[in-house]
Design a protein around this ligand. Structure first.
Ligand code: FES
Length: 83
């Protein structure tokens, strides 16, 4: 089974808007899903520069699904839907 790809935005806007705890987020997800997911920190998705999107940061992608105002609950839900 292919791993679910989690991309955590590492850009400034997402960091300032709450993505700064991504290391903790990453650890929680790795512990919970282990070999079912792969996690990478990526540069700005450029979503934050789109109209009205700034306030929706931080962004995370689960496969190609964009999660705005990303938190552990939203990311976990998206992962569970794909398992
Ligand atoms: S900093 Fe995350 S989308 Fe731009």
């Amino acid at each position: 089974m292919a791993k679910i790809k989690i991309q955590i935005c590492n850009g400034t806007t997402c960091f300032v808007m709450g993505g700064g705890n991504q290391q903790a987020l990453s650890e929680i997800l790795k512990n919970k899903y282990q070999d079912k997911i792969e996690i990478e920190a990526v540069r700005c998705f450029e979503l934050c520069s789109q109209k009205d999107a700034f306030s929706k940061a931080p962004f995370v992608k689960v496969d190609e699904q964009v999660i705005d105002q990303a938190n552990i609950e939203k990311i976990t839900k998206a992962i569970e839907e794909k398992l």
